[in-house]
Design a protein around this ligand. Sequence first.
Ligand SMILES: [Fe+2]
Length: 310
Amino acid sequence: MATVRDEIDRFKVGLTTTQAPFIEEARDKGQLYIHQPYGLYSAENHEAWKKLFARMQPRWERYANPWFQRGIASLCLDPDHVPKLEDVNQFLNPLTGFRAKAVSGYVAAYLFFDCLRNREFPTTITIRRADKLDYLPEPDIFHDIAGHVPMHTDRAFADTLVQFGECARTAALMVRDIRDEERQLHTLESIIRAMARFFWFTIEFGLMKDKERGLSVYGSGLLSSFGEIAHCVESPDVQRYPIQLEWVINQGFEIDKYQPLLFVVDSFDHLFSLVNDLERWMKDGKLNNVAPGEPGVNAEDLRSFLDAAL
Ligand SMILES: [Fe+2]
């Protein structure tokens, strides 16, 4: 029998990826950082979260990095309801100083990395439709909170994200001093492309050596994908290589397909040292002319670096 709450929920438009008037309004007003209007989630939104969480759980147990599994437990995520960011932050913040910060949509590259530098994670608050659970190219709250945030409970991983933010600041300072505008834009575009590739092949799609299982998954794009989390470890169609900085920064990728090429790190300390190497390479000018190709760098990304308050 339908309860009064069910009746109320029936009339809620919800906060769905494809339909969220609250988000459209915020974007129209130019508001990037927003609050999470929790009461707007519909019954269908909670149903989507519940289904996503339930089907991922056995796959996380089988494939996810042990730190991720510890992170899921320490965040006390409710398997049945879309999480409240303030509840997540209550558990997350004392562990590593990180907190999830609600955003209305795309965060330009410098702003994104600068949030990381300040231990803030820009978080999408909408959720995919309950009848379309499979991987979407755009993030939603399941990708951001269930895929990314559990990793932010680990100190070495959290410090790595902060170091990405430091890299972005170094890049903004470096290009600020280039007087020739054409050279400035070429250099900046190349550095952003290199950073985006490195982020993609580690934070979003990274694999780690695992003593017992051979490999474990720590990349959030994989941890939030029901199909790809198994495919990336099991399929003979995936190339898996020890990570090499010079390769990753020159390697393009496509966002709307299972990844045919993935890179393996030894540990999060290893990953942290690679981000330090990335910054050193940047200072030495080795990121100024990386191979062209994906991902594209848009005008908003470039502008965000040039306008950075340093
Ligand atoms: Fe992501």
